[in-house]
Design a protein around this ligand. Sequence first.
Ligand code: B16
Ligand code: MG
Length: 213
Amino acid sequence: TVKACLFDLDGVIVDTAVYHFQAWRRLANELGFDFTEHQNEQLKGISRMESLELILQWGGVSLSEAEKLDWATKKNQWYLDLVLQMTPNEVLPGVPAFLDALRANGIKIALGSASKNSKLILEKIQMLDYFDAIIDGNNITKGKPDPQVFLMGAEATHSLPSECVVFEDAVAGIQAAKAGGMKAIGVGSAEVLTEADFVISTFEEMTIERLNF
Ligand code: B16
Ligand code: MG
């Protein structure tokens, strides 16, 4: 039986990708190029510095390590300006009701995110209190598809990987869950998340009964 549910943040609890896109686009524009929303898809679930590397490749721009850190810091400040304006209205449909149901059934709740800003975001959307454990970009040394973030979530909730269900919107996140020996439910499109055990389009489709498959 399922003892813990591990949630990705961006694309699962809330859509911060739109704010990442705005901030990264400003960085690209200031460096003299642009990129599309379609390209932005590739940045979902990967770390800040990995995202920067990709964007610089797209623009054909090369920077020193010190300049990279500088630009990453600027991007994060622009991003945080947007995050600070977030409200609980932005929580994705069905999420609070499902988390309430998990709690009522004694199932632990953990976050498994690449973001270093996850606590601030959860605070802004008033979801911080739901989480028994938060594993994010500040705790991990290896990004998804490495299973580290979810294995740490299992440990923090005193669960075995086989007792955990991961919710993810990114292919690399589903792969991380599977590499860790966990069940994985995709949030988004079944055509994209082919390695998930099954896919929901929103949490309005999710029930406690559907956890035990
Ligand atoms: P930060 P997730 C990820 O969140 C985002 O999807 C990804 O686009 C971002 O680069 C990464 O967090 C790092 O975010 O700059 O806030 O540390 O999907 O793993 O919850
Ligand atoms: Mg995500």
